[in-house]
Design a protein around this ligand. Sequence first.
Ligand code: KE4
Length: 422
Amino acid sequence: MTNISKALFERAINVMPGGVNSPVRAFKAVGGNPLFIDRADGSKIYDVDGNEYIDYVCSWGPMILGHNNAAVREAVAKASQKGMSFGAPTEAEVRLAEKIVSFVPGIEMVRMVNSGTEAVMSALRLARACTGRRKVVKFEGCYHGHADAMLVKAGSGALTLGEPDSPGVPESAAGETLVAAYNDLDGVEALLKKNDVACVIVEPVAANMGVVLPRDGFLSGLKELCAACGALLVFDEVITGFRLGKGGAQEYYGVAADLAVYGKIIGGGMPVGAYGGRREIMELVAPSGPVYQAGTLSGNPVAMAAGLAQLEALENRDVYNHIDKMGERLALGLSGIAQRSGLKAGVNRVGSLVCLFFGIESADDYKSVKKADTERYARYFHGMMDKGVYLAPSQFEAMFVSAAHTESDIDATLDKAERTLR
Ligand code: KE4
């Protein structure tokens, strides 16, 4: 059995911090060396040593159609033959913007950027400009990319200003961010009463602390609280956008945000982010308005072609019916296995987003999620990897199901989970 992954990792750690280009990939939370991936197709991913895995990372969400989707691949090939990038307007970006506007009620205008982080950063600047206020509210356990204002943890007191959650984040950036508890409307109300807030940013489904669902009334309550005090409601739909349905969480939960942030799925695997909302807000963005934001590769024609091909495939409701059905099959199966194993565990699911928590039975806020048994998750992760299932190398992520996952993939996964948990 070759070990090309190990040799590559040894080279990688010499020239890239931690040997990776994004921390979670380094397997720090689960131990061991990361797999180097050679290729992927449909629901499968193959490492450089030729091992096949059923993939539930799906590049952290973008590969909703499955890997190596023919329509996306052909669109990229065709677009790249016409040139890679012009730094000038193209029809492709207009068509993708029109497609996003047609998918999401309430979005009249979008601006393309190159990552979810960049989209969040820009949306926060726009909300501050639009309201003339400085403070923003985020939720503990929600992740919105690595912009300074979002790398903030709850201050010592419940209602104090955020503290930097990383070296290099100045107090001045963190100090304008207030941190509330997810699913705690009273806490948000208290923050909004005491502070002049530009916006509340929330993952409508929290999928960066495992999968934690909004309690009934939480999202609509946020909408009311924001409207009452003149703050904007920002939905970070980098994960939920175009996954919970064409209209994402806004449609799924029937709550219209003032601004929405996208990434992942809209790039079809290429680096794309976007933020959008009502015309009156978006027209404040340069060059139609004074709020500056720019990007050399924003709207890159090859990336736009990938995103467009992916969204065109998502016009077909069958894709959502399938991924939701597979998500349900997976979640119900894992619940049953956890119960039969006698382990303390719980499963959360919405649509095609699933999370098996160890050490806790249910999780609807950060406090409960923090009690999860990450040690046991790490053992489960390796047990499943050894049996050919590729899961997120962290308890606090989601399992992503794609349109390429079949019932037999799910059943094979459940069989391997049963054997691993035994
Ligand atoms: P990017 O800058 O990574 O494109 O997007 C940041 C982001 C924003 N908002 C939400 C809700 C997100 O989930 C993310 C990124 N998600 C992580 C993992 N869940 C990406 C994986 C990684 O960081 O490598």
